[in-house]
Design a protein around this ligand. Structure first.
Ligand SMILES: [Cu+2]
Length: 463
């Protein structure tokens, strides 16, 4: 989903999901900072939607408006998962939440039917504009900020979501389905190869009629359009709901608004493919393995079959444009990943490792065997981790190469307060905080950093 695609659209009159407030809870402890700060958690649940085995659902942002708490907010938590009709968590092995992405927009003030203004995050990637959300690990990896840090909002935003879900129980080739393979050999993949309305082949499908072979042809694990049942028999659709919780407090003079920065290790190209290790060995890989094993020593790296000569590493160096007071960092990485690491090469400071944590029990929601069910974040107290301006920061992403992994990602999400920032996180659109040191992207794909329009003049929002 590109930023310009979102901006080019108005809101759909026929939304794919409708949400209702399910419950409101209050907490005075934990991340709210205790004392007088009381955070509220509002949980919203969608009306049920049905999926048959193999179905792929990819709702576009302009079809999916989220309900949100009213008014200016200091958001300190955002959590989402798929539940069933009884509000019980559904394992990734039944319904794979490929991704959910949440985008604040400003509705068009002059023309209610005109295109809205997207409020992207402050990262360098135009095609990763989301403020919250990400992948299958979402259930185990909520955003949690410690007060006084918060993602602050004005209350004028409308929140849209892009939700990509695949029902994978009884699917014949689950790996091909959830990696969205583009070729039969599984060496390449990506979301462009599992679009809305496509269908992963299931064990039931030999008993249904063949669909007309589409043009261009689809990989063998996919059928498009959805095959029709010849005899009125076969698997019934099941009903599911999308559930999300927003934890928030009031904006006070003490609140430190954070900028959300989403960085891609392959400089905003987003998806890549990892070849198995028997294909090539490079000197670089040996280097990577040392770091990977450092992660393994922590005991937090999946099933541990990453051998020293069988690790894929991608790295990128960035430069801080401003002093950053870091509140929260986490990676977004797919099945096959080991971890994302951040270091300050000038001081050899390996300051954050966010490992992929793999589930251990078959079909257990939140602990699904073989799936990345959680990515451990680095969470900081106020003032604990301050990176000066003009500091180099190196990001590395490690994947196992025990087999081919297609359509993977190496993303880092960093929430940090920038000295001098005021007003709301959603309106602060300066992209000067973290930039690629050797930017290999064509100039027209980058943000311009000296454009005054990138910061809307909302001013302070204190209530
Ligand atoms: Cu991803």
């Amino acid at each position: 989903m590109t930023a310009s695609e979102i901006e080019a659209q108005g809101l759909s009159a026929s939304p794919r999901f409708l949400f209702d407030l399910h419950e409101t809870t209050r907490s005075k402890d934990g991340n709210s900072g205790g004392g007088d700060v009381t955070d509220v958690t509002d949980t919203f649940v969608s009306r049920p939607f049905s999926l048959r085995p193999g179905d792929v659902l990819n709702s576009l942002p302009w079809e999916t408006t989220l309900k949100m708490p009213k008014g200016p907010l200091a958001i300190r938590g955002f959590h989402a998962e798929i539940v069933d009709e009884n509000n019980a968590s559904v394992p990734l092995s039944s319904v794979y939440l490929h991704h959910w992405l949440v985008f604040p927009i400003l509705p068009n003030r002059t023309d209610p039917h005109g295109p809205p203004t997207l409020l992207p995050n402050a990262g360098p990637c135009r095609d990763l504009p989301q403020m919250f959300g990400i992948g299958a690990e979402s259930r185990g990896t909520p955003v949690t900020l410690k007060a006084p840090y918060a993602v602050t909002t004005s209350g004028d935003e409308v929140w849209l979501a892009n939700v990509h879900i695949l029902r994978t129980d009884n699917v014949s080739d689950v790996q091909a389905c959830i990696e969205c393979h583009c070729q039969p050999d599984g060496t390449t993949g990506g979301v462009a190869c599992c679009t809305d309305g496509t269908h992963c082949v299931t064990h039931y499908d030999p008993f249904v009629s063949e669909s007309v072979q589409p043009s261009p042809p689809v990989p063998p694990h996919l059928r498009a359009p959805r095959p029709q049942n010849l005899f009125g028999q076969g698997p019934h659709p099941k009903e599911y709901r999308l559930k999300y919780s927003v934890t928030y407090g009031r904006i006070t003079p003490e609140t430190k608004p954070v900028r959300v920065v989403v960085v891609d290790v392959i400089q905003c190209r987003i998806e890549y493919d990892v070849p198995p290790c028997h294909q090539t060995h490079t000197h670089h890989d040996a280097d990577a393995a040392v770091n990977a094993l450092r992660g393994l020593e922590g005991g937090a790296v999946g099933d541990g079959d990453a051998s020293p000569d069988c690790v894929d590493v991608k790295e990128v160096t960035m430069t801080t444009g401003r002093e950053m007071e870091i509140a929260y960092i986490r990676g977004h990485i797919h099945i096959g990943s080991i971890n994302v690491t951040l270091e300050l090469p000038q001081t050899r400071d390996d300051f954050c490792v966010t490992p992929a944590l793999y589930g251990t029990q078959p079909d257990a929601p939140g602990d699904e065997l073989g799936y990345v069910s959680r990515i451990a974040p680095c969470v900081y107290e106020e003032g604990e981790r301050v990176i000066p301006a003009n500091t180099e920061m190196r990001m590395r992403v490690f994947y196992k190469r025990d087999r081919a992994y297609a359509g993977v990602m190496g993303i880092m999400i960093m929430l940090s307060h920038v000295k001098g920032d005021y007003g709301t996180s959603t309106y602060n659109r300066r992209h000067d905080v973290l930039t690629y040191k050797n930017d290999t992207r064509p100039p027209h794909t980058r943000y311009t950093y000296n454009n005054g329009d990138e910061t809307a003049g909302l001013g302070d929002v204190f209530v």
